[in-house]
Design a protein around this ligand. Structure first.
Ligand code: SAM
Length: 274
């Protein structure tokens, strides 16, 4: 069988009596036009290796396979095994692993070669997975990820914008981040309560070292823990005015207006004092 010969996603779900399980954050994309658009935005070329988290019934998986990519799909819900087996039977480029994506070793899956992460992420574990990919020992070649819109804002907004905070600083210190597509709640089955958006992240060549990233997490936790307070007060425990002067920042500024470079300078100043 070829991918074109497969039943529609809706037919496949019905044939196996499957429904969405809220506990696993399941909201499916059954419209192949949408999944094909996400696969295009992922910019993966034929032969590239993609790690997809949460294939579910396999709509995005099918679109990724159509690009000629090699896909390793990691799914937690065993109920999807027969649907994913059908796709594997139609394409030799799919390898499905039933596991918790929070616990997998991506470096081992990628076997030392570059791999792209593409996923319509489960809402309940989207942010921890992102932090794992950005700060862990393995670096993806790129990430193309569907999030709730509010989380996409927290990833892409800049200083002075409402959703700018710790997550934006960590993401933007490690990657170039762009919101590349909006998806209304009605695009999903069943529709979630809120709209979603796709974010594309390209890891920077000059990513901070693990030590600098740990320091960045420390200073952003303190600064945004009290985001309406002046840095002088929120960073008192880490060194207050001296630390802020060493980073060349204004002690009267609030965390929400400090750019990513300012937080990196704070992380460096904090490391230098230890
Ligand atoms: N990719 C499918 C689509 O776009 O229609 C399903 C997306 S749905 C939002 C999220 C998927 O992630 C579900 O299939 C769910 O079972 C799976 N999932 C949830 N938690 C997971 C985890 N920790 N590890 C791997 N997969 C997970």
């Amino acid at each position: 069988m070829t991918l074109e010969g497969l039943p529609t996603l809706r037919e496949a779900l019905e044939a196996h009596g499957l429904w969405a399980n809220k506990a696993f954050g399941q909201h499916f994309l059954l419209d192949l036009n949408i999944t094909r658009k996400i696969a295009r935005l992922a910019q993966v070329s034929a032969g590239a290796h993609v790690i997809e988290v949460g294939p579910g019934p396999g709509g995005l998986t099918r679109a990724l396979l159509e690009t000629g990519a090699r896909v390793t799909a990691v799914e937690r819900d065993e109920r999807f095994r027969p649907l994913l087996d059908e796709i594997s039977a139609a394409s030799s480029s799919l390898n499905v692993i039933f596991a918790d994506a929070l616990k997998i070793d991506e470096a081992q899956l990628a076997s030392g070669a570059p791999a792209h992460v593409v996923s319509n992420l489960p809402y309940n574990v989207g942010t921890p997975l992102l932090i794992k990919w950005l700060t862990g020992p393995w670096t993806p070649a790129s990430l193309t990820l569907m999030f709730q819109r509010e989380v996409a804002d927290r990833i892409t907004e800049g200083p002075g914008e409402d959703a700018y905070g710790r997550l934006a600083v960590i993401v933007q210190a490690t990657c170039a981040a762009h919101r590349v597509m909006d998806a209304p709640a009605r695009a999903f089955t069943p529709p979630p309560k809120v709209d979603s958006a796709v974010v594309r992240l390209e890891p920077r060549a000059d990513r901070p070292s693990p030590e600098r990233l740990t320091a960045l997490q420390t200073v952003t936790a303190a600064a945004f823990g009290q985001r309406r307070k002046m840095l002088r007060s929120s960073l008192k425990v880490l060194g207050g005015d001296d630390l802020i002067a060493a980073a060349g920042l204004d002690p009267q500024a609030r965390a929400e207006v400090v750019p990513v470079d300012g937080f990196l300078a704070l992380a460096d100043a904090w490391l230098a004092r230890r």
